[in-house]
Design a protein around this ligand. Structure first.
Ligand code: ATP
Length: 725
């Protein structure tokens, strides 16, 4: 419809021109005007009035595509209508596709349904508009420190790409006027100087080539920067992860922040910069179009800007709504991610298959999707309806300006060349305005990501204050003095008023029901957590005062959920002491102590055999074999004088267990050995046995004393012994 009207109008001009035989050469201008009309109509039919959350690369490509800002005078480039269709399609579907990826912030996870979101007051709109620039400075800093050369190149090319379209439109107008002038001369005298026409044509060709070069350069700089920046941000994230405490990793909200920061590390900072620069580029273009259009009429400039305003405010409002929506559904998207992991990861595959959990979990996954989809759809429908309505205003403005410019041409106030230029400027001005809107929409999302990234990077971690390398009372061993501890967010303390003393050379066994607090006690001893009250002393000095590296060197620990590194056998053992990570002699020594040497020697490449199934030729081990590897890892810490084994033999065969504990005292030498076990046959060998219940010590003594007491320990021991009779 729009296109028809436009074509009719140009047709009217054509007829008028053909009626007058002296103006027959106007045909050239009309051909050009017709080409322009088709561009204008496609731009009007698919106004770029909304900024969906299109993946950043797409958006960036659009910015860097030579046709996106091409002038009507540049015939060498692809018609923008083709682009418009593709982009409109992406914009329509992109948000749905992408918005199902989890998005959230840590500040606000309150359930605010998106439909309930009240209309933002003007003040809030202004704040949210300014908010899009909140992280631009920091992102720029990041990009600048990653590569100064590329950042400067990006800035220069953005400037050039912003100025050239107006230049091309300007030269286009001169081509039309030069052709018209020359053709009149030709009609009158049979000869005409073509030199000036060719000069303008060559100049336009040069400008179009420069534009294409600038766009290519932009895209090159962006891809180089993307790679460098991705690596930089990932390293920053991982470096920070090394400084975090265990509590951080056990906090689901924090863990979310970490995974989200990692997942989008390579794209978001650059995307924000690209969009910020794109915004600048379009603003420069808009300024240059405006200054040319100003010569026609200042009102034309005002119409161009005002026509974009309604869409702009709508975009700001809907981007804010999208933000709230993403925050609101954070827990659901996290659950979706988790279900994906359960359904698609090898470590869950056995159970999922055997218990037939697949369909059940898949259904849950689908249900969450449908719930999220409904919210997404509502937002998208509102956004698109408003976008369409307000986009019509833009179309109206365009056609009003079109009629005005055409009438001015008919009345000979401007030349045909100027008409093509002004129309082109107006159309391109509109697309610059809508590109700016798109950039702003995208910048909201980039800001959300960057806020998560910076929140993560700025997570306060307690400074490592301890400096003590030798205890105040050497040979005093470990003391717990009225130690209590509650996990963050937990209602009940995991440990209460724990008092104990272990001297060097002694072994301690911790016994108790599941969840009684045994592992927690080890976590406090290894400083993974700090007590809420009371204190833990090593050689007479509070653990908090110890230099962390010295302390860790003194403790060798293997937890029940030890790590299974998808690396070589030797490296799995060597991980116990990073200073001897690749020391084959030490691998062998530790493996002998951990009873792992026999089966390692039978592996195809011995210590060189890769373990796990993540990589080619990796061997999977049995549970007991993995446990022996873990035990060997603990024995790698030859300098450690505290050895902690949290259920070290649960998966081992009886023979291995018996042998390991025969050597238990001998292996621990002058060390402190702490053992957590549910097997009383091994526990009984310890010098001191502590029975924990509900976080309290309820019995203590050696095996003989506890049996004589005939309490909880004696009861459990007899129960287990009966099982073997
Ligand atoms: N990271 C955690 N956050 C919150 N609570 C926890 C955490 N880890 C353990 N708990 C809780 O603290 C209590 C003690 O747990 P702990 O792991 O110390 O028990 P345990 O005696 O080692 O049990 P098991 O014999 O099953 O290994 C339990 O009630 C448990 O639910």
């Amino acid at each position: 419809m729009v296109s028809k009207l436009l074509t009719h109008f140009v047709g009217f001009l054509a007829l008028a021109a053909f009626d007058d035989p002296t103006d027959r050469d106007v045909r050239f201008a009309l051909v050009r005007a017709l080409a322009l009309a088709s561009e204008v109509s496609s731009a009007a039919a698919f106004p770029d009035t909304r900024a969906g959350f299109v993946p950043p690369i797409t958006r960036a490509n659009r910015k860097t595509n030579p046709t996106a800002n091409s002038s009507a005078g540049s015939q060498a480039v692809t018609p923008p209508c083709v682009q418009s269709h593709a982009q409109a399609c992406l914009r329509r579907h992109g948000p749905h596709l992408e918005s199902f990826a989890p998005r959230h912030t840590l500040h606000d996870t309150s359930p605010v349904p998106p439909h309930a979101a009240p209309a933002a007051p003007p003040k809030e709109l202004a704040r949210s508009f300014l908010g899009v620039f909140r992280y631009s400075g920091r992102a720029l800093e990041l990009v600048w420190s990653t590569s100064r050369t590329l950042t400067i190149a990006l800035a220069l090319l953005t400037l050039i790409a912003g100025l050239l379209p107006a230049g091309i439109a300007y030269v286009g107008a001169h081509i039309v006027d030069a052709v018209l002038g020359a053709s009149k001369l030709w009609a009158a005298h049979g000869t005409a100087p073509l030199r000036s026409v060719f000069e303008w044509v060559v100049l336009e060709g040069v400008l179009v080539a420069a534009m294409a070069g600038a766009q290519r350069g932009l895209s090159l700089c962006q891809s180089l920067l993307r790679a460098q920046l991705g690596q930089r941000v990932n390293v920053l994230i991982l470096e920070k992860a090394l400084t975090l405490e265990l509590a951080h990793f056990e906090d689901s909200e924090f863990y979310d922040k970490l995974t989200r920061a990692r997942r989008e590390a390579s794209s978001r900072p650059l995307s924000l910069i690209t969009r910020t620069f794109g915004l600048g580029q379009n603003a420069i273009s808009l300024l240059s179009y405006g200054s040319l259009l100003f010569q026609f009429s200042p009102w034309a400039v005002a119409v161009l800007l005002l026509a974009g305003l309604p869409s702009f405010f709508a975009e700001t409002k809907f981007s804010g709504d999208a933000f709230r929506l993403f925050r609101w559904r954070s827990p659901e998207t996290r659950m979706q991610l988790y279900l994906e992991t359960v359904l698609a990861r090898e470590d869950h595959a056995k159970e999922v298959k055997l218990f037939g959990l697949g369909p059940l979990f898949l259904q849950r996954y689908r249900d969450i999707f449908h719930m999220l989809y409904r919210a997404d759809r509502d937002l998208a429908v509102r956004r698109d309806s408003w976008g369409f309505g307000l986009g019509l205003l833009g179309t109206l403005a365009l056609y009003g300006a079109y009629a005005w410019i055409a009438a001015s041409t008919v009345m000979a106030r401007i030349t045909l060349g100027q008409m093509t230029m002004y129309l082109s400027l107006f159309r391109q001005g509109q697309s610059a305005v809508s590109a700016m809107l798109s950039a702003i929409g995208g910048m909201y999302e980039d800001n959300l990501y960057l806020s998560t990234l910076y929140e993560y990077l700025e997570t306060p971690v307690p400074a490592a204050t301890g400096t003590v390398r030798h205890g105040a009372t050497p040979e005093d061993g470990i003391r717990f003095e009225r130690v209590s501890f509650t996990y963050p967010g937990a209602g009940e303390p995991a440990l209460r008023d724990i008092d104990l003393h272990i001297r060097p050379g002694e072994s301690l066994a911790l016994v108790g029901q599941n969840g009684s607090g045994k592992t927690t006690l080890i976590k406090l001893l290894t400083r993974l957590y700090s007590p809420d009250s009371g204190r833990i002393l090593l050689d007479g000095t509070d653990l908090r005062e110890w230099d962390e590296s010295v302390l860790l060197q003194r403790i060798g620990v293997i937890f029940q959920d030890f790590a299974r590194y998808q690396m070589r056998v030797g490296e799995n053992v060597g991980a116990g002491d990073v200073t001897h990570f690749n020391d084959e002699a030490r691998w062998r020594e530790a493996s002998d102590k951990g009873m792992a040497s026999d089966f390692i020697d039978n592996l195809p490449a011995g210590f060189e055999t890769p373990l796990g199934k993540w990589f080619n030729d990796g061997r999977e081990l049995s549970g007991g074999q993995w446990q022996k590897i873990a035990l060997a890892r603990a024995f790698m810490r030859s300098r450690a004088d505290i050895l902690v084994l949290d259920e070290p033999t649960a998966a081992m065969d009886a023979q291995a267990e018996a042998t390991i504990f025969e050597h238990f005292r001998e292996l621990s030498g002058g060390r402190i050995a702490i053992l957590i076990s549910h097997r009383f046959s091994t526990v009984r060998m310890a010098d001191q046995i502590i029975v924990i219940q509900d976080g309290r010590i309820i019995e203590r003594g050696n095996h003989g004393q506890l049996m004589a007491e005939d309490g909880h320990y004696a009861h459990l021991f007899s129960l287990q012994a009966q099982g073997y009779r």
